[in-house]
Write a protein that binds this ligand. Structure first.
Ligand code: ATP
Ligand code: MG
Length: 417
């Protein structure tokens, strides 16, 4: 038997209805904030991620699904959404439109990671990107959008924010971090030893217990911010407070990808184990330019949908969806079968969920099937019903019955609507 690859999931019809409902509610919130959907290729040239995500990030260094295609090009399955969106807005000339340019996507991403609860190799993300808005109001708006999604779903998820500075103030912070970690270098994991020179910020994000214990006493980014970054961060905090959105400042939050600057944030739930970040994002003002576009600022986030589902389950907020059928038409005998088919077509044309028997089951088996599919009504057709043109319509909720005419579809509709 061929099995699915490790770290992937099958979403079967009993669950896909749930996913669809959640996705639709997410879309509704995004629309309310004026975001339009963008749909992009699942794979891009590898260079986009090397430049866009950054080659010191774990994602690019260790986790990408990269292959050479038949034309000898290096191609990678998308490990995240932002780089592709930036490539697309540059390529399609959207950078000169009225700003802000607000886009969202619902995509699957691919990372070669160790599969565990809340971490898979193909996973689903809802993400947004807002371009061309530099002010802290834009940061607040994007954060409130994520927050609104959680409220819409009835969830309680805490928000942690930080500022990691800009190319002006970060070198000073890097130097302080380097000095701090260099004094602990023997205890750092091998990956972090390598990070010390290239990108010491990343050590703060290391999941190894020893490195994170050392990171606890490391210098804080917010103590090194330049005036511009500091007032931006203060402005954001003011706006969030005024909107009534609770948050804490956590100076350990640096985010896993290289392109972030100034604001970074995470929505975290303690209800789903150690993969607790449901949504992460931040500002990436240099990214569009570094991928060959104009100097256009950007801010966005990505929300992991599998983790979101886990929180919904843990906080008992999974929606109860009914998947009932309006009418099942049971039939016995050749003429009845074709009459049932004709009727089901007519009723579907009127907008009802109607089905007839397609597999030639016994009447008893058909009734069992109707029950399993939660049919609200059942119509039973046999030879005598075809002859008299009258038949019994059964209401499955109270077992009451009425007689209806097969030639007056409106009378059937009046009962089932
Ligand atoms: P993590 O800290 O969990 O490694 P990350 O920093 O790699 O996350 P991002 O690249 O910012 O995460 O992705 C945004 C969101 O996508 C995460 O907060 C998480 O909810 C989800 N996510 C990331 N990687 C995975 C994965 N392998 N499986 C499932 N969800 C994931
Ligand atoms: Mg990760």
């Amino acid at each position: 038997m061929i099995q699915k690859p490790r770290g992937t999931i099958d979403i079967l019809p009993d669950k896909s209805a749930l996913w669809l409902d959640i996705e639709n509610r997410i879309r509704k919130v995004a629309k309310k904030y004026g975001f339009g959907e963008i749909r992009l290729p699942t794979f891009e040239v590898t260079e986009l991620y090397n430049r866009g995500v950054g080659d010191t990030s774990d994602v690019v260094q260790k986790e990408m699904y990269t292959f050479t295609d038949n034309d000898n090009r290096s191609i990678s399955l998308r490990p995240e959404g932002t780089a592709g969106v930036v490539r697309s807005i540059i390529e399609n000339g959207l950078c000169s439109e009225a700003m802000p340019l607000s886009l969202y996507y619902l995509i699957s991403c691919f990372r070669y990671e160790k599969p565990q609860a809340g971490r898979s190799r193909e996973f689903y993300q809802f993400g947004v990107e807002m371009f061309g808005a530099n002010s802290p109001t834009a940061d607040a708006e994007v954060i409130m959008l994520a927050s609104d999604i959680f409220s819409e779903l009835g969830l309680n998820i805490r928000l942690e924010i930080n500022s990691i500075g800009c190319p002006d103030c970060r070198p000073k912070y890097h130097a302080a971090l380097k000095e701090y970690f260099a004094s602990n270098i023997d205890d750092l994991c091998d990956t972090c030893k390598g990070r010390l020179e290239k990108n010491p910020l990343r050590i703060l994000d290391c999941k190894s217990p020893v490195c994170s214990a050392i990171a606890k006493n490391a210098p804080h980014t917010i103590d090194y911010l330049c005036d511009d970054c500091k007032s931006h961060f203060d402005g954001l905090q003011n706006l969030l407070s005024k909107s009534g959105r609770d948050f804490t400042v956590n100076s350990r939050i640096v985010r896993g990808l290289d392109y972030y600057r100034k604001t970074v944030f995470e929505f975290i739930s303690d209800d789903i184990g150690s993969q607790s970040t449901v949504c992460g994002g931040g500002r990436y003002d240099g990214l569009v330019q570094s991928l060959g576009g104009p100097a256009l600022s950007g801010i966005g986030f990505a929300m992991g949908l599998t983790r979101l589902m886990m929180v919904l389950e843990a906080q008992n907020k999974l929606p109860e969806l009914s998947d009932s059928m309006d009418l099942y038409i049971a039939s016995l005998g050749e003429k009845a079968v074709s009459e049932a088919f004709k009727l089901s077509v007519a009723l579907r044309n009127e907008g009802f969920k109607a089905q007839c028997d397609l597999v030639g089951r016994s009447l008893k088996a058909q009734m069992k099937y109707a029950d399993k599919k939660s049919a609200r009504f059942v119509l039973i057709l046999g030879d005598s019903e075809i002859e008299t043109r009258r038949c019994v319509l059964k209401n499955m909720s109270d077992s009451s019955q009425v007689e209806v005419s097969l030639d007056e579809i409106q009378s059937i509709i009046n009962h089932i609507k």
